[in-house]
Each structure stands twice: as C-alpha cells, then as structure tokens.
Design a protein around this ligand. Structure first.
Ligand code: 4NP
Length: 153
C-alpha cells in the first residue's frame, strides 16, 4: 500500500483534482491518496466549483473532499508527497525535519518531464481554460504514477 499526498496552496483547485484523478486510475487496495494545502485560507471548504466541474466532465466526483492544511505529521503518514509547483515545494521543504522527509517530496510534473521541476500553473485567478489545462497535465502525470502503483503496489 503506497500512501500518496497531493499538495498545492489552497487545496481547493489543483491538489483535489490530482487526488480525484489518481484515485480513479489506481486499484484502491494498492494506494491511499489524500490532498492538502500549504495555506489554510480554505480550510474545511469543498473544492472550487471549476475543479468540481472539470472533474465531473470526466466522470470523477470530487465533491466529497474537504480542504485542509499540510501538517508536519504528513511526513510520517505518507510515502510520497507530490507538490504542484515550486512555491509549494519550498513551503513543504521548510517543514521537513530531516533528509528522509525531504526525500519524500516530488514535483508531480517530473513524472512526465523528469528533473525539470515544472509548475502546474495556479488556475485560481483565471478562467475555465486554466482548469482544462491543469486537468490535462494532472491526468497525464497520474497515468505515469498509476502505472507504477498498479504494477508494484
Ligand atoms: P490551489 O489554488 O492552490 O490550486 O488550490 C488556489 C486556491 C486559492 C488560493 C490560491 C490558489 N487563494 O489565494 O485563496
């Protein structure tokens, strides 16, 4: 059982989508998947309606999710922590206690473009196109992650 945490800033746009998409691709017995934000602005809220809608278009229901802040204990709970962008990376790394914590943190787009540390752009202040674009990137990245998980567990 691989435990995976998806992290963005608000935990209402990108990481809830990443959580929903990956859950739709892996055998549930092989992975536990959750998401969190480095900021607490939206604690307890459902995902952004634009994320809910783009997920729904692909037959994925993310309405049951609730935003929460990333906490240091997440380093103990999860095996892999995928961040959406460089700012998320810096914020998560600041909380790392040791090399083992640091080794768990990965850029999600490195699954498609290894070592490039590319950002999944924050779609919060844009229109629907940004969400479509984010969906496409996360879908492709999650395909790579799911292939590994479903093969190895
Ligand atoms: P997310 O997007 O990090 O993908 O959930 C954002 C959501 C909210 C805010 C920023 C980014 N905000 O500033 O409230």
């Amino acid at each position: 059982m691989t435990k995976i945490l998806m992290v963005c800033l608000g935990n209402i746009c990108r990481s809830p989508l990443a959580e929903g998409i990956l859950k739709s691709k892996v055998f549930s017995s092989k992975a536990l998947i959750d998401s969190a934000g480095t900021g607490a602005y939206h604690n307890g809220e459902k995902p952004d309606i634009r994320s809910i809608n783009i997920a729904k278009k692909h037959n994925i229901d993310i309405t049951g999710q609730s935003a929460r802040k990333f906490v240091v204990e997440d380093f103990d709970e999860f095996d892999i922590i995928y961040v959406m962008d460089n700012s998320n990376y810096d914020n998560v790394i600041k909380l790392a206690r040791d090399e083992n914590d640091i080794s768990k943190v990965r850029f999600i787009l490195n699954e498609i473009f290894p070592k490039e540390n590319l950002d999944v752009p924050d779609p919060y202040y844009g229109g629907d196109f940004g969400f479509k674009n984010v969906y496409k990137m996360l879908d492709e990245a999650c395909d790579h992650i799911a292939t590994k998980i479903n093969k190895n567990g």
